[in-house]
Design a protein around this ligand. Structure first.
Ligand code: RAM
Length: 345
């Protein structure tokens, strides 16, 4: 009997130690059993240099605050693949999830589950709906991006003629938001002679973006300008137009990485394009992650925080009814400045 009592005492002590190690492992577990210092980012897909820079900025921002960053991206840019990844992250009981959404609405059930487990969820770059997130890190004003790209196409097409859009996936919420603004902007009298003939989807995959560009050229022989609001799409379209010697005939603009587009800006395939610093987008996300998990902000409009080297930010109302943090205005890259930027990102 004495032996049995001893065994029970030893066993319960071992169990208690094990449990507290699970809950407070490495001193990093907060009250709800959620790891207070581990933050994940889930990008759209692998093999996207823009995404690598964005995730790199996130990791740098988390590390400089003494935390651990988990960087994830599925092979294909689908909501289903991201749902699986988020399920795994919920099981790891991390502190926050920063989602670069492959779909605006489809992630809501899994992200709600994450939030119910005490994980702080916000989106970045490509948003999820307001019900799925506490806030959104927006790289630049959605309206400004759409209007600026239409104005660029107007300029490049000489005010009239056929233009096309080469996008990422048909579900990508950031591209879809920009395209919606472009379509509205095109209704203005100024743009009445511009004819948007097609919105093609290269799925942020290089080969598909190449074949979609080739199909556009074949179907629309009078095409004057392609707008590609995706770094993968614009680089693929640049290669097709350069290989076919179409500079000066079909002009290219959109959102591109200076490192990938310098040669096409130099050889007049793409007279100019826009982007923001993807490293800074991720870095800003790292500070939103820690501000949310520390309770410094809740994600409501008016909340303020400091994002390391980027300085102070205020959360504002977003056009979709949720809230967002705006990194800054889009930046124009052309022949005059591309050499200064091609080594930066
Ligand atoms: C691609 C991705 C990303 C977008 C950039 C402009 O790399 O679709 O989400 O922000 O293009």
């Amino acid at each position: 009997m004495k032996n049995l009592v001893m065994k029970v005492v030893v066993l319960s002590t071992v169990l208690a130690v094990l449990c507290s190690a699970m809950v407070f492992g490495g001193g990093q577990r907060a009250a709800g059993g959620v790891s207070s210092n581990t933050h994940a980012i889930v990008f759209k897909s692998t093999g996207n240099p823009y995404g690598e820079r964005e995730m790199g900025g996130f990791e740098a921002g988390i590390k400089e605050q003494g935390g651990t960053a988990i960087l994830r991206a599925p092979d294909l840019p689908t909501a289903e693949a991201q749902i699986q990844m988020i399920e795994q992250l919920i099981a790891q009981r991390i502190a926050s999830i920063c989602i670069v959404g492959n779909d605006f609405d489809a992630l809501q059930p899994v992200l709600t589950r994450a939030q119910n487990q005490g994980i702080k969820v916000f989106s970045l770059d490509s948003g999820v709906n307001p019900a799925s997130r506490l806030t959104h890190v927006n790289q630049a004003d959605t309206q400004a991006i759409g209007e600026t790209l239409v104005e660029a196409a107007y300029d490049m097409a000489g005010g009239s003629g056929d233009i096309a859009i080469l996008s990422a996936t048909s579900q990508a919420s950031n591209q879809n938001a920009w395209i919606a603004v472009m379509q509205e902007t095109l209704k203005q009298p100024k743009y009445a002679n511009l004819n948007l003939v097609k919105i093609a989807y290269g799925d942020d995959l290089r080969d598909k973006s190449v074949s979609e560009t080739e199909a556009l050229l074949l179907s629309y022989p009078n095409l004057k300008c392609i707008i590609a609001p995706t770094t993968v799409g614009i680089a693929a379209a640049g290669k097709v137009l350069a290989d076919r010697g179409l500079q000066g005939k079909v002009l290219l603009t959109g959102l591109g990485l200076p490192s990938e587009m310098a040669e096409y800006i130099d050889n007049n395939v793409c007279p100019y394009m826009y982007l923001w610093n993807p490293i800074d987008v991720g870095y800003l996300g790292a500070y939103v992650a820690t501000a949310l998990t520390s309770g410094k902000i809740t994600g409501k409009a008016g909340d303020t925080f400091t994002a390391g080297r980027l300085g102070n930010y205020t959360i504002i109302q977003a056009p979709d009814g949720g809230t967002e943090v705006l990194l800054g205005p889009p930046f124009k890259f052309d022949k005059a400045n591309i050499n200064d930027w091609k080594g930066v990102y």
